[in-house]
Write a protein that binds this ligand. Structure first.
Ligand SMILES: Nc1ncnc2c1ncn2[C@@H]1O[C@H](COP(=O)(O)OP(=O)(O)OP(=O)(O)O)[C@@H](O)[C@H]1O
Ligand SMILES: [Zn+2]
Length: 737
């Protein structure tokens, strides 16, 4: 089931009081559709933030500073008035509609703007847009031949060709105008072409109409390629699975129909058909398709496996733990698709700019057509022609698509490499990061501490471990694992029952064991010389500690060692190469933090409570160190993740990691942070190039048109060319490096 935007976190929605409206719209797949819809919705929902996701057909309306609550019916009506279809219900309809929601075809006649029709269903040459190109192109070719064979016919073959190509465009323009959007690209095209016919430039009118159709088609092709960037992940999951029946017989069934608890047989070379847990066997598993982890890993009984990963050498029996719609890949796709809807600030700016730019350009065109003849007595035909050409230049297609195309491609490229980024705003934030704060346990270290020393104060060491392990039985901190492992080693898991266990994030646990009220955790507030000596000795070795105490009196000390991650050094170096500073913020005691910091060559602050971490992150941002990213893996990092410009979760696809942070590394690799920042910077560079291309070409043709150097068809060619160029530039991000 698709949830209604459960991932609205602090960056993309600053505390919106009302849930955003989400509508699945069929039939749009280009920038001008998006602009039309945004304008129409903006009129019925004043002050609302509208983002239109072209490839996925999703319109998201959020009441950022709306004057009244969002009215779903009014928004829906505004969109249908433009000739697009809106799926009846909210959330669930979205997924369906983006895959096969082309019902609008029946209601709306196929014309220049009903290109959603075949966008998913068939190859690009079968789309309505391609038919348009064929029609306009065929008519133009016929007219040209006629003109060569029979010059006496004059210009009427071209007039006919222009009209044939123009009819669908004009229809779309009129429909949009009726719905309230007068200044559309179709309208500009229609006026320019009709005007050209009027001043007897029929040949050019026909050419312009044809080139416009080509541009629209290429844009559609590019849009579906960007969409495939993320959808390709879904193809990693095999269509069928070998389910083991209750009678032990194996039957081939559709993977989508597997239920939780089903057992499947996965043979060497097979892709995993579902998320699950190995119940029998062990094998080398290649997880690179899902999280980019480059080395195959040995997994055995009890280990979790992900749909889409490849079993390399031996057969496994796997028990399914998630339905197809909830598996890791499906969740990633959903997150990225939602992220593609959220606009980066730079995209918002461009949208606003385009909205101002179009009327200005139209005004300029009008002035160009009218002023020189009126004021200076210049030739009317020449200047009307130049004015019409400027109308074509007023089309902001390339500019409008330049940013969303780059962001969509960037997010998809990241997801393929195990870098999950939740939206354009996060990308933009990441590109500007100057400082990264890491926690220690589980991020810079393996997060698998091992007990290295146990000290008892007045009680036996085994007793210390036994009581501590009883408290840790349900705990999730890595320390719990270490202490329980030790307890098993010493005498099995025959532990006393702990009651009323409470976890205090960043401090430890409290609870009752065998009638005694115990505390286990950091050495806060215990003044005991013997304990202090043991604690500082542990700190000097870089060990972490858990102190067991009763009524403020220490009973024992457990010291643990956690190895640094093998790739920590390289990952930190990669950040340094990006000019990014690094600091360690850890809940572990200061001495242990300092030892780990020394080993890695970075500044370390220890003994921090969760709120201390958040405070330091805020202080760093305020102190002008620029945007700060915080990397963390546990609940004790949540406040700091939220305080940071960008909160990055580390932790192989766990729910917490995926849902709470702004970005997540699916693979536990320190170098992933540098990869994230590098990718974000590349995306921003592409955006800058695209904006330069789009505006630069317009300026050049603006000048050459006014001085009369170039005419109509170079103007439309420049627009088409720029649109294709910026999209192709964005798709470069999808190339595997
Ligand atoms: N479940 C627990 N059992 C025992 N001690 C704990 C537990 N949770 C926390 N502590 C104590 O509190 C300290 C701080 O814990 P916290 O979870 O904030 O940081 P951490 O996980 O050690 O390090 P980092 O902040 O780098 O992830 C630990 O070093 C430990 O002494
Ligand atoms: Zn369109």
């Amino acid at each position: 089931m698709r949830q209604m935007a459960p991932h609205d976190h602090h960056i993309t929605s600053p505390g919106g009081a009302q849930p955003p409206l989400r509508l699945a719209v069929g039939g749009m797949d280009c920038a001008s559709c998006a602009m039309k819809i945004e304008r129409a919705v903006g009129r019925v929902a004043p002050g609302a933030e509208v983002s239109v996701n072209v490839p996925q057909g999703i319109v998201r309306v959020e009441a950022v500073n709306a004057t009244r609550p969002l009215d779903r019916a009014a928004v829906t009506a505004a969109i249908t008035a433009l000739g697009y279809s809106v799926a009846p219900a909210g959330g669930d309809a979205v997924a369906g509609a983006s895959r096969h929601g082309h019902d609008h075809d029946a209601a709306a006649p196929a014309d220049a703007h009903d290109h959603g029709a075949a966008a998913d269903a068939g190859p690009w040459w079968q789309t309505a847009k391609a038919r348009m190109v064929g029609l306009a192109g065929g008519a133009l070719a016929l007219a040209t031949i006629l003109d060569l064979l029979w010059p006496a016919a004059g210009s009427w073959p071209f007039v006919a060709a222009a009209l044939i190509g123009l009819v669908p465009v004009a229809r779309a323009a009129i429909r949009a105008a009726r719905a309230g959007s007068v200044l559309t690209i179709e309208m500009l095209m229609t006026i320019a072409a009709v005007g050209a016919l009027a001043i007897d430039a029929a040949g050019e009118a026909a050419t312009v109409v044809f080139l416009f159709a080509v541009g629209e088609m290429l844009e559609g092709v590019a849009a579906s390629r960007a969409r495939r960037g993320i959808r390709a992940l879904a193809d990693l999951v095999p269509r069928t699975a070998r389910r083991i029946g209750t009678d032990g017989r194996v039957a081939e069934v559709p993977a989508a129909g597997l239920g939780i608890g089903d057992r499947v047989l996965v043979r060497p070379g097979d892709r995993m058909p579902a998320d699950g847990r190995i119940v029998e066997g062990a094998a080398l598993i290649d997880e690179s398709p899902v999280n980019g982890e480059s080395v195959a890993r040995e997994k055995g009984e009890g280990d979790d496996v992900f749909a889409g990963t490849v079993v390399q050498d031996r057969a496994l029996t796997v028990e399914v733990t998630a339905a197809a719609a909830d598996n890791t890949i499906a969740r990633i796709i959903r997150l990225v698709e939602e992220a593609q809807e959220s606009k980066a600030p730079v995209a918002r700016f461009i949208d606003r700019f385009a909205r101002v730019y179009m009327p200005v350009a139209v005004g300029l065109a009008l002035a160009t057509a009218v002023l020189p003849p009126l004021v200076a007595g210049a030739d009317w035909t020449t200047w009307i022609y130049r004015g019409l050409t400027l109308l074509l230049i007023a089309c902001p297609c390339a500019l409008v698509i330049s940013t969303p195309a780059a962001i969509a491609a960037g997010l998809a490229a990241g997801a393929r490499r195990g870098l999950l980024i939740k939206g354009g705003a996060v990308l933009e934030g990441l590109a500007g990061i100057r400082m990264v704060a890491f926690d220690k346990t589980g991020t810079l270290t393996e997060g698998r501490p091992r007990v290295v020393a146990v000290t008892g104060f007045g009680i036996d060491e085994g007793e210390v471990v036994r009581l501590a392990a009883a408290l840790e039985t349900g705990a999730s901190h890595p320390i719990a694992r270490a202490i329980l492992d030790r307890a098993i080693l010493e005498g099995g898991l025959d532990l006393p029952q702990a009651r009323a266990v409470t976890a205090i994030a960043g401090r430890g646990l409290s609870g009752e064991v065998e009638g005694r009220s115990l505390l286990l955790g950091a050495a806060h507030g215990l003044n005991d010389p013997a304990l202090d000596a043991a604690v500082s000795a542990a700190g000097e070795n870089g060990w972490s500690i858990a102190v067991l105490s009763e009524a403020g009196r220490p009973l024992g000390l457990i010291a643990m060692e956690d190895a640094p991650r093998a790739d920590a050094r390289a990952g930190l170096d990669a950040l340094a190469a990006h000019g990014v500073q690094v600091v360690m913020l850890t809940g572990d005691m200061p001495a242990a933090a300092a030892a780990a910091g020394r080993a890695l060559g970075i500044t370390a602050h220890g003994g921090l409570l969760p709120e201390d971490k958040a405070r330091i992150v805020r202080e760093m941002q305020a102190a002008g160190q620029g945007p700060v990213a915080k990397l963390g893996d546990g609940i004790n990092d949540a406040p700091a993740l939220a305080a940071a410009t960008v909160g990055i979760a580390m932790g192989g696809g766990t729910d917490v990691a995926l849902e709470t942070a702004d970005a997540a590394l699916l693979e536990n690799r320190v170098g992933g942070v540098a990869d994230l920042i590098g990718l974000a910077r590349r995306v921003m560079a592409v955006i800058r190039q695209n904006v330069a291309i789009a505006i630069g070409l317009k300026l050049v043709f603006l000048a050459t048109t006014i001085i009369g150097l170039t005419g109509m068809w170079p103007a439309i060619l420049a627009d088409t060319g720029a649109t294709v160029l910026v999209t192709a530039n964005a798709l470069r991000l999808l190339r595997r490096r």
